[in-house]
Ligand binder design. Sequence first.
Ligand code: 5AD
Length: 474
Amino acid sequence: MPSVFIKTYGCQMNERDSEAVAAQLVAKGYTLAPTEAVADVVLLNTCSVRDFAEKKAIGKMQNLAADVRKNRPNVVLGFMGCMAQSRGQELIDKLPDVDLVLGTQKFHHAADYLDEILAGRRDKIVDVAEERGSEATIREHLLYGNADRNGDGHRPPLQVTAYVSIMQGCNQRCTFCIVPDTRGEERSRGIADIVAECRQLVAQGVKEITLLGQIVTSYGKRGFGRAELPLGQDAQQRVPTKEKSPFVQLLDAVHEIEGLERIRFTSPHPKGYGDDLIEAYARLPKLVESAHLPVQSGSDRVLKLMHRGYTRERFLGLVKKLRRVRPDIGITTDIIVGFPGETEDDFEQTLSLAREVEFDNAYLFKYSPRRDTPAAEMPDQVPLKIREERNHRLLDTINEIGRRKYDAFVGRRTQILVEGPSRKNPARMTGRTRCNKIVVFEGSERHRGQLLDVKITRAGSFTLYGDPAILGED
Ligand code: 5AD
């Protein structure tokens, strides 16, 4: 059977889509190649959020194509995901060695299309159409890695944590963002369907689930996809009510799963944090004290131009409310620097917001004009040099705050969920605190999947080092 290598760019949703495609292919008999150099099929799962991400994937494909043309002409090359969706046929016109272009509503067709190409029945396939019900097709998992096919279900899985896709698309239309075009309209899976997938994962040994979507706080707001209706009794019983948003109803339902230890979710929209969600943090112990709150800017003027739907004050109010119910909550964010029209004064408001909130970490993005987005046409585009300079200054601030926040953990005891060997040093194990900080410690495979109390001995750059705490010792 052929082997496949999937390289993923971009966000956790993309990681999840790649995993589902890999699992579908493994179920069909494919093996997972350890590197692209020995694979029969190489798929690049792409990101369009910034021009840089697109350039990287195109550069990678150019290199692959050159190698394949010269040395391994039978290898199948494909683009999938966001850039495949937004560029379609154009990608094959530009890179004629590419055989497959698979859009974001078509991941579940990967195996069939590859079969056809490998069997020589079809030459090139481009499928970037909309597909009703596709939001419910990202469901297969690869808990046992390459050995999945032979998995007997009794060994502890390699994955202690799993991602579950709950919705697709975004209707928010922030003026900088290409995602509504690449991911389409918001479509949500039904609660019963999601819970069934979570239950199955937990039955296989998964301890932590991260609910995923482009804008999870909008989950179910536009009703549920038609594909869910046959399964929908449960979904129908849980008719969204005014007091409890569908997302909080989903959290309640997942929380009931016995054996599940922790629930996370990403990405929410700050605007979607109603009081019912804040109250859920107080009410649901499995919902860990961690929130990724993409603020984008600290200036009201820029937030308005971005079409974010909240003010600086409202964002600060939200942080305050969350800290009131969970004082130890870890808060991370996304920030765009150099949005069109951003002045030095606007930027300083972002710096001051970062200091005021004291984010545990922040992902910084230099503004990148995207096709067919309103911001790309706005006046006063900020020169690259200034975007870079602001990015640098903000990064210094974020690092300084992070250092302080991480240092404050030294000497404290905290619970971690052990995920597996550290990537940097496989002789060590890593886990995460409930507030989503990585902890590296001297441990062994037997710790995998355990909830472990550790004492933090040292803080590195956005990493903590710990010792498994011995009972009674302080
Ligand atoms: N330029 C720069 N950053 C962007 N993001 C989204 N669109 C753009 C863009 N055009 C960032 C936002 C978002 C994160 C995933 O990517 O901060 O939260």
